[in-house]
Design a protein around this ligand. Structure first.
Ligand SMILES: O=C(O)CCC(=O)C(=O)O
Length: 260
């Protein structure tokens, strides 16, 4: 699976420009013949939460149209990070995924809202997990703060996910947590973790990228990149089976002692 990790800056509250930037990034990434393009969290609005009624994408229509059209045009899968959406007069932090045929195969509302950034005051939390298939490979997708809940990632790997995508707007201030948690999630679940963070600033935070790709044995394949741009790399899904056969944690779990 060839990945294009789009570590982009996001203009605060300037959704039109952000949509244009995402289109450009897709057009650029497909020149490298990739299988999956991955974006960060809330790329349409950034954390302009008090302007959601004006900015959020109603039913995700605009986002779905762009992802679907470009995925089909270029025969590429797109894990669309997340965008601010409005559904039945409520706001959500929503991930859409398009397959190569332009089908929107996943829609996930962030399950754990981040109180430190007031997300819970403006948005509703999601109620479902996010498992989908890309080219026959079972994948899962969670968003930013969801990463701090190992049981939530485990829900996805128990459902068969071999790759977990984690789009984020994770501030520089806690970037050491980001790196350690991502690595831990990959090792404890014996899966690939593909995590895409933004760069740039908003009125309250600085973001320094550090998008990461981690293999199931814990090997860090991409990290410490702070520049805006697309990072390319390929992962070998066979490694998941190899690691799971070597240390069979899924067989050894004591579900008689704990539930999940
Ligand atoms: O958990 C953290 O430290 C960062 C989480 C976050 O920024 C978010 O969920 O948007």
């Amino acid at each position: 699976m060839k990945l294009a990790i789009v570590q982009m800056d996001i203009l605060f509250g300037e959704s039109e420009k952000n949509y244009q930037a995402v289109e450009k990034y897709i057009e650029e990434a497909v020149k490298s013949d990739v299988d999956v393009i991955v974006f960060p969290e809330m790329w349409n609005t950034a954390y302009a939460l008090d302007r959601l009624s004006e900015l959020a994408d109603e039913n995700g229509l605009k986002t779905k149209e762009i992802l679907s059209r470009l995925a089909k045009k270029h025969n590429v899968n797109i894990v669309g990070g997340s965008v601010a959406t409005k559904k039945e007069n409520r706001f959500y932090n929503t991930m859409y995924v398009s397959d190569r045929n332009g089908n929107i195969i996943a829609e996930y509302d962030k399950a754990h809202l981040f109180k430190l950034m007031d997300e819970h005051l403006f948005m509703e939390q999601g109620q479902r997990d996010n498992v989908f298939e890309l080219d026959g490979i079972v994948c899962g997708g969670v968003i930013c703060y969801d990463l701090r809940f190992p049981e939530w990632i485990r829900v996805h790997t128990l459902a068969g996910a071999k790759v977990i995508f984690v789009p984020a707007e994770w501030p520089k201030l806690r970037i050491d947590h980001w790196q350690l948690l991502l690595q831990a999630r990959a090792i404890e679940n014996q899966c690939f973790v593909v995590a895409v963070n933004r760069v740039g600033t908003d009125p309250n935070n600085e973001f320094n990228g550090h998008s990461m790709v981690i293999a199931p044995w814990g090997e860090v394949m991409l990290s410490k990149k702070t520049g805006e741009g697309i990072y390319y790399l390929e992962i070998n899904l066979q490694e998941v089976e190899d690691v799971r056969n070597r240390i069979p944690i899924y067989e050894d779990r004591r579900t008689d002692l704990y539930k999940s």
